[in-house]
Ligand binder design. Sequence first.
Ligand code: X8Z
Ligand code: ZN
Length: 627
Amino acid sequence: MLITLCAVAALSLAQAPAAKPAPAATPAEAQAFVKKLDTDLRKLWVRQATAQWIKSTYITPDTERNEAALNEDVMAYVTQANKDAQRFKGLKLDPETERMLYLLRMSTPLPAPSNADKRTELATTAAKLEGMYGSGKICKPGKPGKDGKPSKGPGADADGRGAEECKDLGDFSAVLSRVGDKKKPATYEEMLEAWTLWHSTSKDMRPHYERLVSISNEGAKEFGAVDLGDLWRSAYDMPPADFEKETDRLWTQVKPLYDDLHCYVRGRLSKKFGAEKVAASGPIPAHVLGNMWAQEWANVYPLVEPYAGQASLDVTGKLKAQKYDEKKLVKLGESFFTSLGMDPLPESFWKNSQFTKPRDRDVVCHASAWDVGFSNDLRIKMCIKIDEEDLITIHHELGHDYYFMNYFKKPMLFQQGANDGFHEAIGDALTLSITPEYLKSLKLLDAVPKDDKGLINFQMKDALEKIAFLPFGRMIDQWRWDVFSGKVKPSEYNQHWWALRLKYQGVAPAGGVRGEEFFDPGAKYHIPANVPYMRYFLARILQFQFHRAMCKAAGHTGPLHTCSIYGNKVAGAKLKAMLELGASRPWPDALEALTGERQMDATAIIDYFAPLQAWLKEQNKGQQCGW
Ligand code: X8Z
Ligand code: ZN
């Protein structure tokens, strides 16, 4: 096996496009170059995705090492190919070749330098970090049994000595999610303990992360970028500095709505926990918002419900009562896509996906969607809980899979979203059509909220998910941009993290300062896994823009929040027209195909929440908002 892997590495390197600089490169040579690139990338990316899938569904030192080796092959190839492509700079090329060369430069979020030792170190460091996150847990000796000995369990010896009780992210998150639980609410202290324990699991990532920053920055420089943040920002068909301005423009559009929501939620939580724990002015403690990162706040809904005594919006209870299992939940997600005229998921999807958390091994539970063979070889990997949150996440993941399904016949470099925000927005855009009427038709709600009070309740629940996320989505990569540029030194990592969380989200750690002995960014998956995050911020805005366009195509005329495109084939065809483009055209072209617009625009999300925002403003009158 080892020999085969080494042979693979040697083969892919030997086949990299010619390294010799040719002084007078021609357009025909450039075309030949991208043709070979496509063949090579197919081989390399399929092998890489296979290794990544195996590692993610079975974390062991072996599968980590295997993945790192395949990642290294791809890194080596892409670094060399980028160098070779320099000779076509300035040539007048056909648009397709030109676009492929543009996309090649951004084809990896982790560019490696040419130095082989550094490349190896980068690949192993990246695998190590993701593995550390996936296997993060806190263990303590098990409680003694009746006989006074520790109870038996995994890791126990014959006498029960050494038995451990371990808790992982799922366990800690379950505590936080009980913040508003009617039957068994978690206390402030229980939540603080769960939050603190999880945030201690990432401490040891820090030196590895420092290396990842330093080596990948070297790689980015070889790719002609100033640093890795600059390279990430150059993936949006505009100069990197303009992209940063775009994200600021969009944030400015939505910030007033976030501020209104923050003000109202803080007031309610302050009443619930007491002003000494949640001050009526100032930031909200990061551990009381029902989510480990305070990124989505739906779990505090029972504590902030605008009007009591309205029809229940508790979908989770219904799912459990109706004995939904994981597959049935995924089938429900699929049925939304097929209602729009899309094909069913392939048989292999049902065979190869991971829906449940295996009991006997570590896996990367963070949800993801895959086309392992770049050939409609679709899968999702989740550790599904039977609740509303995961029903929404299933739609999100299937949105990725349906994007894959619609572009898998394109050349490899075009098998991507128009930009990465588009990819993240598809499934979410459909969930905006999960209206009370739709849920009632599935018997997941007893009654459709009738009057304004019901509407405000429903919008509040939605906003806790969608609006609360926006500043978090905006700040994560601000932190990384600042880290990659060197503006923030390793000795300031944690301090800067909390400065941004305060600035954008208005949240703070309970008890004040979290010193540099912690590495709190590492407690969020996308940092150790090195997944760029601005995509999710863009997606929260784009999904409403997509929704507005699909509603228009479906002939909807009323307020945006009353529209559902479920079952509408015309809206489905419009969506498909955009998905089929993949990344073959600059994203404004793709946006235009669906919406007729060429700019990302937050007016749709603001219009959608207009009733709630008016209500919030009324509630917040006389309050000192802000922090
Ligand atoms: O990572 C994800 C998806 C996979 S692309 C589950 N999301 C972000 C997160 O969990 O932080 C979706 C929402 C934001
Ligand atoms: Zn996603």
